[in-house]
Design a protein around this ligand. Sequence first.
Ligand code: NAD
Length: 496
Amino acid sequence: MYTCFKMSITSNLEVSFETDFYNVINNELVDTPSKRRTICSSTKQPLKFEVPVATKEDVDRAVDYAARAYTSWSKLSWDKRAEYLSKFADAIEANKDGFVKLLSLEAGKPPQAAAFEMAQVIGVARQMPLLRIKEEKPIDDTERTAIVRYVPLGVGVGIIPWNFPLLLGTGKLLPALLAGNTFIWKPSPFTPHGALKLAEIGSKIFPPGVFQALSGDDSLGPWLTAHPGVAKVSFTGSVETGKRIMTSCAGTLKRVTLELGGNDAAIICDDVDISSVVSSVNQITLLSFVHSGQICMVIKRIYVHEKIYDQFLAEMAKQVKTFKMGGYNDPEAFFGPVQNEMQYNKVKSLYAKINTEGWKAAVGGEIKDSEGFFLPATIIDNPPEDSEVVQDEPFGPIVPVLKWSDEEDVIRRANNTKLGLGASVWSSDVPRAQRMAEQLEAGSIWVNTHFELAPNVPFGGHKESGLGMEWGELGLKGWCNPQAYWVKHIQPKPDN
Ligand code: NAD
């Protein structure tokens, strides 16, 4: 019985962003007894509109509705589900401007940076529906056929951090739905607004129970990961939380994908084309400071060959001085504040160590009083390898630049971390760079680029940076159970 699943898309797909925000359960906007406000990181003031605080009963209802919807949604063809996803992409695009404003306010992104995230969201929403999983046939002869096919899991949950709240959420939602699962989106308590609006739009497109969103406090995540009705949790966030989530999911042997922290190294060789070194430096500098360093997969340690170190550092410092930092309403800025007070205090304590540890700041380092959680873009000039700014992921606008001279040694230093999200090598001798890059222990390795992603290419972490991969065919498979499917052929009876 799929009659309720005929496409009944509301003609007006635009939603209002000037309203209260609600959880979305079974395509209804649901209020909660208690509400909260989040803080704008540009002003430290509470945002105007309240968000719900989901109760345990809300979780039970959402999981129940998701399980019911799964029965029918999972039986639709991939093409039919892709059609729903494409309508959803249209609706996101129709509301793009509202999302840009909302992201600026809630995620601490100047409009240009928020527009950058929304462009990525729309790109992913357009391309994800095109993905498919190829069935494998390891045996196919006259006697029997064995197929490896991929079947959906059931109710999926996405637990999302605050740094790229809409891109990281849609990057889980869309493959989960395409593969035939239903999905509950749990945004970070720091950035719930955009997710709730996306789910409100989804309620005009998807059948009830297929896409739901619950905003809540710190109890919400553990309720979801422990819930026996949830089949899979896909989490993006810190290593510590990832370990807690895996422990909780073990209780019911849920499938788990973990996208965790990174401390990506970029190794810059001495043969980086000197004529183009300035443009390489600009690119590397941007890839270190984009979103004020609050991205898991940007460059966090820069190893520069000693022969070009001084020139490289001077160019980087020159570029950093041109960065325009600003708040949610500054159209010229691309670099915003740190997203929340907790993270601000954590990164601020690293700045304090510039003096106490005797690190040398090539640029930045001094924190000025400001209305928001602003920290200056800072480069630390060749700190000791074992210093905190090198060993730990700062997740803020502070980056160490380090000297190297021996190829083997720099690869060892780049790999000498429990994390393994991404790493890159930069050289005009591409075969040399490839040979070096292939020795790096990370889920994504790049040559002459970094933080390059595409919806049809998987990404994920090695070591403590994660488990499993997202996006691409591998990511889709992560939203499925593989199934071995044997068919014994009936042999024609021999003629008498
Ligand atoms: P976090 O781990 O504090 O929180 C992430 C999410 O988990 C939030 O929604 C939070 O409410 C929820 N959560 C917290 N405790 C939970 C629990 N016990 N059970 C269930 N859910 C729980 O991370 P954050 O501070 O929001 O994000 C920053 C971290 O995320 C950084 O370490 C960064 O590197 C990492 N990150 C990784 C990727 C990636 O793709 N690998 C992408 C972005 C951010």
